[in-house]
Each structure stands twice: as structure tokens, then as C-alpha cells.
Ligand binder design. Structure first.
Ligand SMILES: CNC(=O)c1cccc(C)c1Nc1nc(N2CCN(c3ccccc3Cl)CC2)nc(N2CSC[C@H]2C(=O)NC)n1
Ligand code: NI
Length: 183
């Protein structure tokens, strides 16, 4: 099972590299890795399991965070309406996005960053994302709100980008024009 010792932290080269696309259909190894990544997210959100294995809670994780520079990422969470987002994705690509921006009012956290980095992370408000899922099916997702932010955070990891790269250095809490806060 994946635990915090498997997650590389800031300064590890895997986090700033552009990862490689994976072959489709997925190899057994890549599919198994996606399954393990989803299981980690479920474990991290379960109070008992997280306490037992000292896991930090996350709703997304990308293979570079495990030191593996492959374009593989996992997302697992329920939104406020109880809609389940649970995906193991290969070669995700943002194919279109809104002009408008959005940001998490609470800022962003990352399993590979062991410190609080203050500031708003401006991102596209809405995105259309294409990818291949764990069963080798094409996925075409139109996302907005919190899900849109989470998917963008993880796609960034596959391109070697950390959330704080987006924070305005002069004014971390500057609200970009036509940006909306996501509570
Ligand atoms: C510094 N301020 C903050 O962190 C921050 C502060 C306030 C609000 C938000 C909204 C913040 N921001 C933020 N909160 C989260 N979680 C909220 C708690 N939750 C969780 C916790 C416990 C059980 C189950 C669950 Cl579900 C896990 C997820 N996650 C992310 N990110 C950035 S996008 C990828 C995602 C990620 O998984 N990071 C590890 N950001
Ligand atoms: Ni992260």
C-alpha cells in the first residue's frame, strides 16, 4: 500500500520534470499503479486508516509524486452534492478552458509540500479534459468549481508545475480580474 514514505517532497527532481505519456492500452503495471493511487486517496480520507498509517488527506495524486515520471494521475472525492469523482487517468490533456479564472478561497495544499504556502492559486474556472481511464476508455470531462481546480492541480504535476508557481509573488492574495473564489 502507498504511504507517506512513498511520496517525494519538494526538491525531488521528479516534481519539476515533464512526465512521459504512457502506452495505451495500459500495461498491467500502469493499471495496478492507478488502482494503488486511488486506494491511497480513499485511505487518506478515512479517519481510522489515515490515523493508523499517518496519512495526509488528499483528493488527488499524480505519479511524479511517487517519483514516477509517467502521465498517470488519480482523483477521488465526493463533491458537496455527493457526486463521486473517482478516476485513474492516463495521458490527461486540457483541450479547452474558460477565459474566467477561479481559485480556492482557502488556498491549496499538496502532499509533496510539507509547509503552508499562503496565497490564491488562480486557475481556469472551467476546463474540458480528455484522457484515457483505467479500462482504456476515452474520457471527456467538462469540469467547473472545486473538481476543476483539483484536476488542474494534478495535471500540473505531470508537467512539473507546483501550485505555488501560480501564486502572485508580490501580492499572494491578489484576486486576478474576473476570478471567482471557490469556498
Ligand atoms: C493551504 N490551504 C489549504 O490547504 C486549504 C485550507 C482550507 C480549505 C481548502 C480547500 C484548502 N485547500 C485544499 N484542501 C484540500 N483538501 C481539503 C481537506 N481534504 C480532506 C481532509 C480530511 C478528510 C477528507 C478530506 Cl477530502 C483533503 C483535500 N486539498 C487541496 N488540494 C489542492 S488541489 C489538490 C488538493 C489536495 O488533494 N491536496 C493535498 N487544497
Ligand atoms: Ni500536489
Amino acid at each position: 500500500m502507498i504511504t507517506m514514505k512513498d511520496i517525494v517532497r519538494e526538491g525531488h527532481p521528479a516534481l519539476t520534470k515533464v512526465s512521459q505519456e504512457v502506452d495505451i492500452p495500459l500495461s498491467h503495471e500502469d493499471k495496478a499503479l492507478l488502482e494503488e493511487m486511488i486506494q491511497f486517496l480513499k485511505n487518506s480520507q478515512n479517519e481510522e486508516v489515515a490515523a493508523k498509517y499517518n496519512l495526509r488527506a488528499g483528493v488527488g495524486i499524480a505519479a511524479p509524486q511517487l517519483g514516477i515520471n509517467k502521465k498517470l494521475m488519480a482523483i477521488h472525492f465526493e463533491d458537496e452534492n455527493g457526486k463521486l469523482y473517482s478516476y485513474g487517468l492516463a495521458n490527461p490533456k486540457i483541450v479547452s478552458h474558460s477565459v474566467g479564472k477561479a481559485y480556492l478561497a482557502g488556498g491549496e495544499g499538496c502532499l509533496s509540500v510539507d509547509r503552508q504556502v499562503e496565497g490564491y492559486v488562480p486557475r481556469h474556472a472551467r476546463i474540458t479534459l480528455k484522457a484515457t481511464d483505467m479500462d482504456n476508455n476515452p474520457v471527456n470531462l467538462r469540469l467547473k468549481g472545486y473538481p476543476s481546480i483539483v484536476f488542474q492541480h494534478e495535471v500540473d504535476h505531470l508537467n512539473g508545475i507546483m501550485f505555488y508557481d501560480h501564486i502572485n509573488k508580490d501580492d499572494p492574495f491578489e484576486v486576478p480580474d474576473n476570478a471567482r473564489p471557490i469556498e
